[in-house]
Design a protein around this ligand. Sequence first.
Ligand code: SF4
Length: 304
Amino acid sequence: MSAATTRSRTPDRLCAEAVDLAREAAEEAAAPGVVGEHVSAVAEGDRVVTHFFECKEPGYRGWRWAVTVARASRAKLVTLDETVLLPGPDALQAPEWVPWSERLRPGDMGPGDLLPTEADDLRLEPGYSDEDAPPPNSVVSVSGELAERVEAEDAELVSRPDASRGSIASLAEELGMRRARVLSRYGLHAAADRWDESFGAKTPMAQAAPASCVSCAFLVPLAGSLRQAFGICANEFGPADGRVVSLSYGCGGHSEAAVMPKPPRPSPPVLDTLGADALPLRPAADSGSVEAAGDESAEDLGHS
Ligand code: SF4
């Protein structure tokens, strides 16, 4: 038997000696040839000992076959309790399980996927509520007899089948505020930070841009408070087409920054190959001037 390690208690002698029984059980549970050397024997209790064997399977580096054997009080027969594969101190193990909500990354969603939003999601807040009713001690709150009358009217309204028509939700619906929840201040800030990181003033593209988006004709303004800092780029050839860009972002596709070069103007020809030179048919007798000869030849041509 190999050297046995002990915990605080000494393993039962007969159980500690039952290495062959334990190996046989481990080999029965494992694939052939993957049970290695006996590593240790650990006392689990009175007359209960676990024998550890190396696992030689490549996928289970550092794991050990653990075979627990036991015997009854005053009995000499050692029997098999259980056989399991357990990770050792240096075992290669899967990383700790992380809930899906923490594992989710931008871009993970595919067609047909549903992404539930927690009721207490910090990025959202109610789109409407009835919490703007005046507090009880407010100067506009009702009290006394009037309060009793209002309460009675409310009770009557609630008892009517069409009471929902007067609810805050239906009023919000009528006013076009159909969203039960809207972005909270935290949600707005988080979105603005994200967008600014991708398409903001500090990006290399913006640093090298001839002008910023705020003066570009391709910028489509946003609605709401975010319009003060962001818009949507609609330049199909730009790097941010269809994306939310910071007003201080910019690119070489800015509508006004780059001017189309004019085609170069050709210089006048040195040799005129298109015009016609007047040439005399016969040289003048007493004058060599081209002009006189030209006139003469023209006359000659006119009278011939
Ligand atoms: S084309 Fe360039 S400068 Fe113009 S809005 Fe788009 S990203 Fe901004």
